[in-house]
Design a protein around this ligand. Structure first.
Ligand code: SF4
Length: 540
């Protein structure tokens, strides 16, 4: 492969120069040595390249790592779940996090443990390789693949095909930045298509008199400090064409993506500059001819939530959506989920990008027994509304970019709201410890971004509030209100805004519809009213 970006290195950022000397995947060859020599032996450049092994150093840089394991399409077997539980138990202090891209994260691992962990993962067909780093990440998909009554087509094989192609593939292991792929036949946009680098969404087109089911394609989405909604290309992709389109798009990113300023490297910036027409033109040069767009079969957005007991497309079988508060459970709970999935379902456990779990293929007659299991008292399908719709990144407990702690704070905020407010239409609250938006606060009804403020000259943790994120029809990002709300005021401040909605909404009006109707000024006024003008000035 010709590295065309290496012809002129004058505009490359320092990460690019490191990656030219040593490919991210080369770090896998060093892991055995480092596991014997210990954390202190890892030089700074290799510590950065550890991401390609799925490892991030904890913020304390005390020798502990976070590890992310890819779960393609969010579907794992009970054997895989048990292995993950075992790794967490033996090496990760029993902690298991589900991420907003259907992956599993461990914490507290040390480099000494990595050979054993990789062996265990490999033995059950799992991998953390390229779960982080400037490469194709976990391919997300419909967690209801194959059982979804609303699925246009089962894309699980396509998810696996695309995952297999890119996994450990040195042609694509040096991209300008992370690269996120979504492939789903679900009609309710379960994978947040608009915030992926490339998303395949369900569509149909009449070709030679036949109605062909396939995909539309959106490119160039992403969150962080400069969020972009993915733009639709005027193409229709048959299932057998998905891989070549994914490869073509990734090739464009690899060869034309920006490699200068690190904050300007995601595909979204190239797509914004080129526009969808030019991107399509370049894509067709690589992928060959493709049909023009057909009929979009997306129907709205369920934000990746599947709580409760639901009929599958197979008569007599149900899937049960469980709440995992803030996406965090312990090793024993994951192990128990594996037992329940085997006892009541088909053994599969499915992760959602709302950080929750689905148990599938449960015979209808078995549902009451499953619901009576002790584990389902905590991981319940009928969780209290605010806690059930709270999503958070790991925050400063582990992340070296975090400004504040998030998971426990959001838990207490959600519990406060559940205690004080009765609500019939869920309001989604997402928290991120910094602007990078791993907690996806920009697509939440109410987003919280970690910050700091000063009260009477004393520095205190705070959050900025964003309102009205939505990825259904006419998608848009949440807008930030002015004011940094100190930690101990944030729950009542949100309650004030939620009560404004509850007291003033039209019948059946959802939160995002209400925000669009009344406008941001009305919310800003309510927030100012809550805080008091003096306090706002103090905190500015
Ligand atoms: Fe870390 Fe920020 Fe991402 Fe949270 S949003 S995990 S604090 S980088």
């Amino acid at each position: 492969m010709q590295r065309i970006w290496a012809q002129d290195t004058s505009n490359l950022n320092k990460h690019e120069l490191i990656k030219l000397k040593k490919d991210g995947l080369d770090i896998l060859d060093d892991l055995n040595n480092y596991s014997q020599q210990g954390f202190k032996a890892i030089n700074e450049e290799d510590l950065d390249l550890m991401k390609w092994a799925g490892l991030y150093s904890h913020k304390s840089a005390d020798g502990h790592f976070m590890m992310r394991v890819k779960i393609p399409g969010g579907i794992m077997s009970s054997t895989q779940a048990r292995t993950l539980a075992g790794i967490s138990q033996d090496f990760g202090r029993g902690l298991v996090d589900i991420t907003t891209r259907q992956a599993i994260q461990f914490h507290w691992l040390t480099v000494e443990n990595t050979p054993e962990i990789y062996k265990r993962l490999t033995d059950v067909g799992l991998s953390s390789v390229e779960a982080c780093g400037d490469c194709p990440r976990t391919v997300v998909g419909n967690p209801l693949h194959g059982i979804d009554p609303n699925e246009v087509l089962d894309a699980s094989q396509l998810v696996q095909q695309v995952y297999n192609f890119f996994q450990n593939n040195r042609e694509f292991s040096n991209l300008p930045r992370k690269y996120k792929i979504s492939i789903s036949g679900n009609q309710f946009n379960v994978n947040h298509a608009e915030i992926n680098d490339i998303a395949f969404t369900p569509a149909v087109k009449e070709i030679a008199g036949n109605k062909v089911k396939g995909f539309h394609v959106k490119v160039g989405g992403g969150l962080s400090t400069k969020p972009h909604l993915a733009q639709i290309l005027d193409i229709f992709v048959r299932p057998e064409e998905v891989l070549k389109v994914a490869v073509a798009s990734t090739t464009i990113f690899r060869d034309h993506g920006y490699r200068g300023l690190r904050s300007h490297n995601r595909l979204k910036f190239l797509v914004a500059d080129w526009g969808p027409e030019k991107f399509k033109e370049e894509l067709l040069k690589l992928a060959g001819p493709l049909a023009n767009r057909g009929e979009d079969l997306s129907k709205g957005w369920n934000a990746g939530y599947f709580y409760g007991v639901h009929q599958q497309k197979q008569p007599g079988l149900c899937y049960v959506g469980l709440s995992v508060p803030l996406g965090r459970m312990d090793a024993a709970e994951l192990d128990e989920l594996a037992r329940l999935a085997e006892k009541y379902g088909d053994g599969s456990i499915r992760t959602c990008n709302s950080q929750n779990i689905i148990i599938a293929n449960v015979p209808k007659a078995q549902v009451p027994s499953l619901l009576a299991e002790k584990l389902l008292q905590r991981l319940t399908p009928f969780a209290k509304t605010f806690l059930a719709h709270a999503v958070s990144c790991p925050g400063n407990q582990f992340c070296n970019k975090a400004v504040v702690e998030t998971k426990e704070r959001l838990r207490s905020i959600a519990e406060y709201l559940d205690q004080h407010i009765e609500i019939d239409i869920p309001i989604r609250i997402n928290a991120s410890g910094c602007p990078n938006s791993c907690g996806q606060h920009q697509i939440a009804d109410i987003g919280l971004q970690g910050s700091v403020t000063k009260i009477d000259g004393k520095r205190t943790d705070a959050f900025e509030i964003l309102i009205g994120g939505w990825l259904g029809n006419t998608p848009g990002f949440a807008t930030k209100l002015i004011g940094r709300i100190p930690d101990d005021n944030i729950a009542p401040a949100i309650a004030h805004l939620v009560n404004f909605y509850l007291n003033s909404r039209a019948e059946g009006e959802e939160f995002n519809q209400f925000v669009r109707r009344v406008g941001m000024e009305a919310f800003q006024e309510k927030l100012n009213q809550f805080l008091g003008t003096d306090k706002l000035q103090q905190m500015a």
